[in-house]
Write a protein that binds this ligand. Structure first.
Ligand code: C2O
Ligand code: CU
Length: 408
């Protein structure tokens, strides 16, 4: 875990010490509005880092909140094996909470033989491959000690490659205070749907005694993910009334003048790339094919275009080009019977509405699209560069549901 203060600079070197030839790496700072060159997408924003070599990232995160970082190459496997970290940017608490706990949720894909994998299977054409072992902070349903009757900030991250979770807490009063690191004015937690890469900050009033439990309700039986055990004398006798967090400096889109763009997320029924042949523009430099990172199979597409290959070495033209500084409304249409957490790099957008759910307006960097859902998000395209736009179920991403948006 890296922690820094808002306004501070992060200088971080990645050194590729992976033993396998051709296994390149990069770091993407998920949810951080970095300058494009620091975004960590091989071929698109930087050269991939081959074994034995290093790359240094250097940026000042503009927003406080709960973020994470992960490799953006051969992601199904590298993230599956654990190549991810947590990035906390401090400075959003006008009134500090009594204490905080980090809750990192993910599966581990480990077979009966004790070996990792497989990370990409034919389940890629459906919901994706789930791990056999579910974990919180790399433990199975740990017991986490918290002070009794205290206001505890829980920074919850779903960093799994595949699993959508409906999170709720029993045995304690809770309010949602931030979504994807971005503050919302506190509202009571019932259950909140998080897809891979999504984060949820809660204020939890720990019980006076005994324990509270974090559950995933998106399962045949609720799955306990962590327990919070109260310890010591009660800290706060008064009623639960959590303070909100300071807003981040995100530009407000002008909804009246915003340009609307429609993106449809679909399955490619035949398994063949929808736009094969048309996808690679002329003048793209010699293609560096890396057999670890390529697969001929695609199952998914955005606006009928399937991304060619599993990695980023074959760059198609951008899916859309936005005017720098312009306001945009994206209408995201899920035409499939699957859930897709759709992530846009380099920006935080505002969730406006959907035809299926009534969620409060909030900022986010990843939006969960339920089956057949149509959601609208809005943002100001104020960060110039080429920004990945993809499903964060990594097997969907690596079998076609990936693209990028140019802000110029
Ligand atoms: Cu966390 Cu391109 O993703
Ligand atoms: Cu998906």
């Amino acid at each position: 875990m890296l922690r820094l203060k808002a306004g501070g600079r992060l200088r971080a070197a990645i050194k590729n010490s992976l033993p396998r030839e051709g296994e390149h790496v990069s770091i993407h700072w998920h949810g951080i509005r970095v300058p494009n060159a620091e975004d960590g997408v091989p071929y698109l924003t930087q050269p991939p880092v081959p074994p034995g070599e290093s790359f240094t990232y250097d940026f000042a995160p503009p927003d406080a909140g709960t973020f994470f970082f992960h490799t953006h190459c051969n992601t199904a496997e590298q993230l599956g094996r654990g190549l991810a970290g947590i990035l906390i940017v401090e400075g959003d608490e006008p009134e500090p909470y009594d204490t905080e706990r980090l809750i990192v949720l993910r599966d581990w894909t480990i077979g009966e033989d004790g070996k990792f994998g497989p990370f990409l299977t034919s389940e890629a054409a459906r919901a994706g491959t789930f791990g056999a072992i579910r974990s919180c902070n790399d433990m199975i349903a740990p017991d986490i000690a918290v002070p009794a009757s205290a206001d505890v900030r829980l920074r919850i991250l779903n960093i799994d490659r595949t699993r959508n979770m409906q999170l709720g807490i029993e045995g304690a009063e809770c309010a949602i205070i931030a979504i994807d690191g971005m503050p919302v004015s506190p509202f009571p937690l019932k259950a909140w749907f998080t897809g891979p890469a999504m984060r949820l900050d809660l204020a939890m009033r720990s019980p006076a005694e005994g324990r509270a439990t974090l559950y995933d309700y998106f399962a045949p039986e609720p799955v306990p993910l962590a327990h919070f055990r109260s310890e010591g004398p009660p800290m706060r006798p008064r009623a639960f009334d959590p303070a909100g967090l300071k807003p981040n400096p995100i530009a407000e889109p002008d909804l009246e003048s915003a340009e609307r763009q429609v993106f449809s997320f679909s399955a490619t029924a035949t398994g063949a790339p929808v736009a094969a042949g048309a996808a690679v523009p002329e003048g793209v430099p010699a293609i560096l094919l890396d057999d670890l990172c390529t697969t001929p199979q695609t199952f998914w597409a955005i606006n009928k275009r399937a991304w060619p290959g599993r990695d980023h070495s074959l760059l198609p033209p951008p899916l859309a080009t936005l005017r720098r500084g312009g306001s945009y409304i994206f209408e995201l249409r899920n035409t499939t019977p699957r859930i897709h957490p759709i992530h846009l790099h380099g920006h935080s957008f505002k969730w406006l509405r959907s035809n299926k759910r009534d969620l409060p307006v909030h900022h986010a960097d990843t939006v969960l699209l339920l089956p057949k859902e149509r959601a609208e998000i809005a943002f100001v395209a104020d960060n110039p560069g080429d920004w990945m736009f993809h499903c964060h179920i990594i097997e969907h991403q690596e079998t076609g549901m990936m693209s990028y948006i140019r802000v110029a």
